[in-house]
Design a protein around this ligand. Structure first.
Ligand SMILES: [Zn+2]
Length: 113
């Protein structure tokens, strides 16, 4: 049917656009970044009076099913933040890619549900 071919062509065009966006991504990293204020434990430090140190950025991600966390340096933090945004964008793009793929793969009569 001609209409179906048109829809498939549109979905294919959207897939090509998604692929172009993915090709523009550089470094990616999964997990989450959290900003923390800390105390150093020295009772004479200003942090003992409530003026805590930081913010420091901690990166947590899963490795073989285990959560691994580490502190990032001030230089690393913005790079990791950008890579984390890129990772989230990649996940959104992959979901969109799959959505468009189903429009191509599935028989149109089965998509009523
Ligand atoms: Zn301190």
């Amino acid at each position: 049917m001609a209409a179906t071919d048109t829809h498939r062509a549109k979905s294919l065009a959207r897939i090509r656009a998604i692929q172009a966006e993915i090709a523009n991504l550089d470094a990616i990293c999964s997990g989450t970044l959290t900003r923390r204020m800390t105390t150093c434990g020295n009772p004479r430090c200003r942090c003992a009076r409530g003026e805590r140190h930081g913010p420091y950025v901690r990166w947590g991600h899963m490795v073989k099913g285990r959560l691994v966390q580490r502190w990032l340096s001030a230089e690393e933090a913005p790079r990791f933040a950008a890579a984390n945004r890129a990772f989230r964008a990649l996940k959104r793009l992959l979901h969109a890619w799959e959505r468009e793929s189903l429009r191509i793969l599935e028989d149109p009569d089965r998509r009523k549900s």
